[in-house]
Design a protein around this ligand. Structure first.
Ligand SMILES: CCCCCCCC/C=C\CCCCCCCC(=O)NCC(=O)O
Ligand code: ZN
Ligand code: ZN
Length: 531
């Protein structure tokens, strides 16, 4: 064989070798590397997760005596006697808010005298407590609740709404019992209890109590968030605010307690619809009045709800998590939403509470028109309050409304709007979520914890820039018959459930400390030791 053909042969061999490496060798190596990285990561996460579970399982819920449980109930009842009502923007019972500040100061003496707790009044009516932990340099967390309540119509209540009545030694009645004074007082009780036991938390945390959550949080939580930034806090490990209570016998297919933790929150779009007319004598009216045109428009919106999005947003994770805990029939449905979401939506949309999971909701909340019995109305106005499903944008919601109204005489003005919140992590590698889940299970031992989209709104919107880990959960139990008490008549919480709420917040503080080694470093300014 000649030298030239030998070279040619070698060259051909190298070409094949390169081709082999390019087509098979490199992709194979890259694939193996990826598999290796994925396995290592899974093993790491599992180990980390197991260490979280090991740490948290090591805990026992404290037993306290009956008289202390009663005292706590009485303290909550006392707070319910203070009518800290938010009626509308710039219309609040501000004296009552100040009275509530004083009430907290008098009833939680250990918190207010502890050298490691700083209380600040923010924007005159909101409260920010900094509980300075013993370990510096770790990311702090924030427990939020709100001081204000929605108005009442006392004539439709069976007990005085601001009477703070304890009925049959079982229920504490009053506006704010669940929304959200059980949150404020529950957190305070947990901290007071820890101090009483001689404990000082290792981790720094904030208790942030806004004073206008029911009317947007702009003066309260927004200012609390700004105050944190001014103090050098721009990152938090997690935020825990009000959210769903645990439910029993609400989710079909199980009779266990279901704890739906809000990992996202619906957006809002509040629209003002208006129609202008020509005023005139009512004895010779036009065929259509401003009121009639507007009434027809809002009726069309009610008759044509926004499209079903069931299974397209975070609620698919809710049902995936639930699937393992429900009867065979429901497991089949919940595990196969790609097939059954239509069927499920048709069932769920008949009940207002479950309909809220299916779609963007449409509530006609105000309607004004007319000026006198015998005058053709010069104008009419209505307000539509949408709660926007995370899989839809505000613009899409409004475009749908326009299409349904389909009447150029109806003018649409956007009063306020906000997109749905991003989805917070809830996987096995998310330590704050796992910690929250374990804390719930320690207090509500049979509870199934599932991620969910929160269907209403909270002050968490103001803390979105501090952390991805925002969770909405109210540690109390609600039955189907109690759901209507939210913003409704005869709001109440049972003494037992309130006791569990206090226990839960105490567990959060203890468990957050147990995990201190796994908490990232803080950007918080730790130079200022003065408290
Ligand atoms: C598969 C779906 C099952 C649904 C079960 C959910 C049961 C939850 C029970 C009650 C929910 C009530 C939420 C009330 C939110 C209160 C917060 C608030 O008032 N925010 C202000 C606002 O949104 O305007
Ligand atoms: Zn609330
Ligand atoms: Zn509310």
């Amino acid at each position: 064989m000649g030298l030239a053909s030998k070279r040619k042969g070698r060259w051909r061999y190298r070409c094949w070798q390169k081709l082999f490496l390019a087509l098979i060798g490199f992709p194979l190596a890259a694939g193996l590397l990826l598999v290796f990285v994925a396995i290592s990561r899974a093993v790491f996460i599992q180990q980390q997760n197991q260490s979280v579970l090991r740490i948290l399982n090591n805990q026992v819920v404290d037993k306290i005596d009956e008289s202390q449980i009663t005292q706590r109930a009485e303290r909550l009842a006392g707070a319910l006697k203070i009518p800290s009502v938010s009626y509308a923007t710039d219309n609040q019972e501000k004296e009552a808010l100040l009275q509530l500040h004083q009430y907290l100061e008098t009833n939680f003496p250990l918190i207010h005298s502890a050298t490691f707790i700083k209380k600040e009044v923010i924007n005159a009516y909101s409260l920010l407590y900094t509980v300075e932990g013993t370990t510096k340099g770790k990311l702090p967390y924030l427990l939020a609740s709100h001081l204000d309540v929605v108005p009442v119509n006392p004539s439709t209540w069976e007990v005085p709404p601001f009477g703070g009545k304890i009925v049959n030694r079982t229920y504490i009645y009053g506006r704010g019992a669940i929304d959200d004074k059980a949150g404020v007082l529950g957190i305070m009780e947990a901290v007071e209890y820890a101090i009483q036991k001689g404990q000082r938390p290792q981790r720094t945390f904030f208790m942030a109590f806004g004073h206008d959550e029911e009317i947007s949080g702009k003066q309260g939580a927004q200012e609390l968030a700004k105050a944190l930034k001014v103090r050098g806090v721009d990152r938090l490990d997690f935020v825990l605010d009000e959210g769903f209570p645990l439910t029993k016998n609400v989710i079909p297919g199980t009779d266990k307690h279901i704890a739906m933790v809000g990992i996202s929150e619906k957006g809002t779009a509040t629209l003002e619809l208006s129609v202008s007319g020509n005023p005139g004598h009512s004895s010779f009216p036009p065929p259509e009045s401003a009121i009639g045109i507007l009434a027809a428009a809002v009726a069309r919106l009610e008759e044509n709800p926004q499209p079903s999005l069931l299974g397209k947003g975070p609620e698919s994770a809710t049902f995936k998590y639930l699937a393992a805990h429900v009867s065979f029939f429901y497991r089949l449905l919940y595990n196969n939403m790609w097939l059954f979401s239509g069927l499920m939506a048709r069932q769920m949309e008949h009940v207002p509470l479950t309909n809220a999971f299916v779609r963007t909701t449409t509530a006609i909340t105000l309607f004004h028109g007319g000026i006198k019995d015998n005058v053709v109305p010069p104008s009419a106005k209505a307000v539509i309050n949408h709660r926007v499903h995370p899989s839809q944008t505000v613009a899409e919601v409004i475009a749908y409304d326009r299409k349904i109204i389909s009447d150029p005489r109806v003018h649409i003005r956007v009063k306020t709007s906000r997109e749905a919140h991003p989805i917070s992590p809830f996987g096995t590698d998310c330590i704050p979520f796992q910690m929250l889940m374990m804390s719930i299970k320690q207090v509500f031992t049979d509870a199934v914890v599932v991620p969910a989209v929160f269907i209403a709104n909270t002050d968490t919107r103001w803390y979105l820039s501090f952390t991805a880990n925002l969770y909405r959960f109210l540690p109390t139990v609600i039955t189907p018959e109690d759901v209507g008490r939210y913003h409704g008549n005869n709001e109440r919480i049972s003494i037992q459930h309130y006791h569990e709420a206090v226990n839960f917040y105490y567990r959060i503080i203890k468990n957050a400390d147990m995990l201190i080694d796994q908490v990232p470093a803080s950007t918080m300014n730790n130079d200022d030791e003065e408290l």
